[in-house]
Design a protein around this ligand. Structure first.
Ligand SMILES: Cc1cc2nc3c(=O)[nH]c(=O)nc-3n(C[C@H](O)[C@H](O)[C@H](O)COP(=O)(O)OP(=O)(O)OC[C@H]3O[C@@H](n4cnc5c(N)ncnc54)[C@H](O)[C@@H]3O)c2cc1C
Length: 490
């Protein structure tokens, strides 16, 4: 008989978490530690969402989104996960930028960037300091409508090279463009600039394995291969409220589980329009939700180096481009020549018995360019991505083609297939998505969202922190229900 993926699951929970991205995992773990009864459901066959990995013959293992995050991850992981996880985070040794405008190698922190601006780009120290000070003072509540590009122009007028150095890495980190609000740039860039770029040593598989173990220890009921099809809403004393979810396991019976709260880690639009249904929200809210724009998606090329072969040290994060000038349009173009190489040396997984090397090329991409390709066009476009990535690598490692024994590409369609996000977005929504996400519980009591939104609540650190913020709100709501019930009982 086929396995029942929901076996052992109770009839009722305090909270159901839909999705096991870093936001969902963190919300589930935090709520369980607060004493809540939590069920976490993931439709995929492994936990982690976009914080994921896959294996291929030849003992290759590829990380999808393990490229770099700010130092704040150490504190968040120590506080909300475990010391063991926090202690495995280390700084990326060398970040490089190679394009027709400059060739720069940096530790990607404020001190080093200041030096580069002054010595390589001829900007005065005073100007650089003024820029950093401006970023430091930016505040989410200031309602400054300027775009990032306008801010760059104010501080470094006509300096496309400087704009490129500032924007390129952030565009890869969170899919933002220079047309997005300057505040989103300011927060994310300042986070990185505080102490450089960090990475999890041990690989994404080890990280998610440790998170799973921690959740089990804290009493979360976890089930993978379980798709949530519907979030149920009923009319309560004070308006609509959450009452349960319907789950379709990969094999086994479809079941409805009761709960008082749902934390959805699915995309905000999927949460509102597919899982819950617009009939439960006010017209005004639905209009606002419809207007939320998605962030960009990604293409990647996975390059496996044959067992026994090695490659020279070319840096861990290498931003490359053949474009004469930087623009957000070029960076997200179907035929962009801009790509980042994340190079995984044996130190990425010191636990491996044999030294292994792997390279992942990442490109920003737009869903619209990929969604309607015919099968033939799609296969050809993926092959082009693979060959162009190797062409780009040959500039650093001339004999790379001889060393490769696995090569494959992923596209926005791949992202959509695995995590189901609207428009295959890799980085959630544009800025306006944050407000819609935060206002969900005002529309339906008990409905929350913890996942990539608004650019700032995106990326590994942003989603972990958002998971914590949302769990605290859920916990307060559950405490209010408990207190109301005990008052009415007495
Ligand atoms: C190519 C790429 C590179 C990236 N690089 C970096 C990087 O270097 N640094 C960085 O900080 N960030 C990076 N990111 C972004 C980062 O990975 C994401 O922002 C973060 O992991 C998203 O977490 P999340 O909590 O929003 O959920 P997601 O990871 O988006 O996961 C959502 C989960 O919900 C599940 N789900 C959806 N619908 C349902 C349903 N109905 N039922 C059950 N389950 C459901 C999905 O399967 C998925 O597991 C990258 C992303 C991509 C794609």
């Amino acid at each position: 008989m086929a396995k029942d993926w929901l076996e052992g699951v109770d009839e009722e929970y305090d909270v159901v978490v839909i999705g096991s991205g870093l936001g969902g995992l963190t919300a589930a773990n935090t709520l369980a530690k607060l004493g809540r009864k939590v069920l976490l459901l993931e439709h995929h066959y492994q936990y982690g969402g976009l914080a994921t990995w896959f294996k291929r013959p030849g003992r290759h293992i590829f990380d999808i989104s393990l490229h770099g995050f700010p130092i704040g991850m150490i504190k968040s992981c120590r506080k909300y996960w475990t010391k063991e996880i926090a202690d495995s985070i280390r700084q990326v040794r060398e970040v490089r930028f190679i394009n027709p405008q400059f060739d720069v190698s940096t530790t990607f922190d404020r001190e080093d960037f200041t030096k580069i601006f002054i010595e390589k780009f001829g900007i005065s120290r005073e100007r650089v300091e003024a820029f950093f000070e401006h970023l430091r003072q930016m505040n989410y509540y200031d309602r400054d409508n300027r775009t990032t590009k306008e801010m760059f122009e104010e501080f470094f007028p006509g300096r496309n090279d400087v704009h490129r150095l500032l924007m390129e890495p952030i565009a890869y980190a969170n899919g933002s463009t220079w047309h997005d609000p300057a505040i989103t740039y300011g927060i994310v860039f300042s986070n990185f600039m505080s102490k450089g770029v960090y990475i999890y040593q041990g690989g994404t598989d080890q990280l998610i394995g440790r998170m799973e173990a921690e959740m089990q220890k804290n009493g979360v009921t976890l089930r993978k291969n379980c798709l949530v099809e519907k979030v149920h809403v009923e009319e309560g004393a004070d308006g609509p409220e959450i009452c349960g979810v319907t789950i379709k396991p990969r094999t086994g019976e479809t079941r409805t589980i009761n709960c008082k709260a749902v934390v959805s880690n699915a995309n905000i639009k999927n949460t509102i329009f597919e899982l819950t249904g617009e009939e439960h929200f006010t017209d005004e809210f639905i209009e606002e939700a419809r207007a939320v724009r998605m962030n960009t998606s990604s293409c990647q090329v996975y390059i496996g180096i044959r067992k026994g072969d090695s490659i020279p040290d070319i840096g861990e994060l290498v931003f490359t481009s053949d474009a004469e000038e930087f623009s957000s349009e070029e960076l997200t173009n179907f035929k962009t020549s801009s790509r980042t190489f994340s190079v995984y040396y044996p130190e990425t997984r010191p636990q491996n018995e044999v030294d292994r090397y792997g390279i992942v090329a990442s490109l920003n991409a737009q869903w619209a360019d990929w969604k309607n390709l015919t099968d033939e066009e799609y296969t050809a476009a993926k092959e082009r991505l693979c060959q162009e990535a190797l062409d780009g690598l040959e500039k650093f490692i001339p004999d790379i083609r001889k060393k490769v024994d696995h090569l494959e590409a992923a596209t926005p369609r791949t992202v959509k297939h695995y995590v189901r996000h609207f428009s295959g977005t890799s980085f959630g929504t544009k800025f306006e998505g944050l407000k819609v996400s935060m206002e969900l519980p005002d529309q339906i009591r008990g409905l929350y969202h913890a996942g990539s939104v608004g650019i700032i609540m995106s990326g590994w650190l942003g989603t972990i922190n958002y998971g914590v913020i949302v769990s605290s709100k859920v916990d307060s709501m559950l405490a209010a229900i408990q207190s109301r019930n005990s008052t009415s009982a007495s």
